[in-house]
Design a protein around this ligand. Sequence first.
Ligand SMILES: CC(C)(COP(=O)(O)OP(=O)(O)OC[C@H]1O[C@@H](n2cnc3c(N)ncnc32)[C@H](O)[C@@H]1OP(=O)(O)O)[C@@H](O)C(=O)NCCC(=O)NCCS
Length: 109
Amino acid sequence: MVTDDLSGYAVTMTAGDIVDLLRIGVRPGARRSGVASRLLDELLVDTEDASRMLLEVSVTNAEAVGFYVARQFSVIDVRPHYYRDGSEALVMCRWLPGAARAQTATAHD
Ligand SMILES: CC(C)(COP(=O)(O)OP(=O)(O)OC[C@H]1O[C@@H](n2cnc3c(N)ncnc32)[C@H](O)[C@@H]1OP(=O)(O)O)[C@@H](O)C(=O)NCCC(=O)NCCS
């Protein structure tokens, strides 16, 4: 997915009920103006049946971690030495509406 003015893009892959956010990026001059938030909101419209969105981000990438935390992702795991420079990856998760529906269905089984 790409914004109209090519300020940003995002790439996801869905497998079963998990959506992996593989890439999201915004042109440096367009950051902090809500571009990535709008991309994420559009992606979330198409994830009605999914239970969670997952991603990996370097612990050193403060701007991305700040963005994900602001957008309701939380750290669920850490992968040491994940990147070539030896830094660790945070595995972050945002629960989606499909998770609540799956739980309700199980409760009523
Ligand atoms: C991470 C990135 C996609 C955020 O894009 P963006 O369009 O600037 O994000 P938004 O404007 O939608 O920001 C939404 C909120 O996220 C948080 N946020 C965004 N950038 C932040 C930063 N640099 N530091 C701390 N919090 C930040 C803020 O809470 C922000 O709201 P605010 O501006 O009202 O304070 C962008 O910085 C980027 O392209 N970085 C380089 C590529 C990258 O690292 N991608 C992720 C790889 S895993």
